[in-house]
Ligand binder design. Sequence first.
Ligand SMILES: Cc1cc2nc3c(=O)[nH]c(=O)nc-3n(C[C@H](O)[C@H](O)[C@H](O)COP(=O)(O)OP(=O)(O)OC[C@H]3O[C@@H](n4cnc5c(N)ncnc54)[C@H](O)[C@@H]3O)c2cc1C
Length: 269
Amino acid sequence: MDLNTVIGYRLARTREDLALAPGERILAGGTWLYSEPQPEVTGLVDLTGMGWPSLELPRQGGLRIAATCTLAELVALPRQPRWPAQPLFEQCVNALLASFKVWNVATVGGNVCRSFAAAGMVALAVALDGVAQVWRPDGTDYRLPVAELVTGNGTNRLAAGEVLRAVELPEHALRASTGFRKIALAELGRSGAVLTGRVDPDGSAVFAVTAATAAPTVLRYRALPGADELRHDVLGAPGYYTDPLGTSDWRRGVSAVLAEEIRQELEAA
Ligand SMILES: Cc1cc2nc3c(=O)[nH]c(=O)nc-3n(C[C@H](O)[C@H](O)[C@H](O)COP(=O)(O)OP(=O)(O)OC[C@H]3O[C@@H](n4cnc5c(N)ncnc54)[C@H](O)[C@@H]3O)c2cc1C
């Protein structure tokens, strides 16, 4: 779509270039930005000139994913045998129903910052205790779990002018056994519920609900919970919502069923 209010474009190469003038917006892959009218936008500041390495393996462990890493690059990361959780990358990218053209330009950061309930990269980050590194316009940074950054279906805590620099996945979560389920009302529809579960090397367990609740739901346990406890917690979570992709009751019900499937899978493993 032509954004016919846009009269300026800048390719950012330095942090200073990311200072936004009134009417300017950050451009990443552009797959959402160009998909609907943006009448208030008069300029675009393109992040792809920043030259951030898409995927970094810090010495202390874990994975640092640049905000500009495309979905295709994330999926193409060679398999790391010490990370049983790595299949979640592709599962979560596939939770976002998009063609290969979108995969090749849409970015992890764009998906997180758009913050739709059905954001596959939010599902991935929440499943694996992902932490957002955010650049403030004043030159300082802060870190916040992605589960707390996203506050609702399409809303987040980013203040005006703040830029998501990276999502960091910790080593302990990448070493976990994981399970994944997704359901959509239509075969080719946007996710109605995405459930993930993991058991860390220390035996603790984490279950997460996205797409079904407006903001991510994270449930933590010292050990894999029993069926009744998990069902109670999933059914009791706040934020199940109704939209054309599913009613809140349906989302709540299927989330409990899918969480139990994951629990059984993790128990058997
Ligand atoms: C065919 C198709 C299917 C889709 N399916 C889904 C789906 O199933 N689930 C879902 O959640 N979404 C879906 N989307 C929307 C989706 O969120 C995005 O298209 C994609 O993830 C956005 O990434 P992008 O890099 O293209 O971001 P852009 O479109 O460039 O930007 C998206 C928004 O994030 C801001 N932004 C981008 N990067 C940063 C950053 N680093 N720091 C601060 N702000 C930033 C931009 O200013 C803009 O407001 C779909 C879109 C298409 C075209």
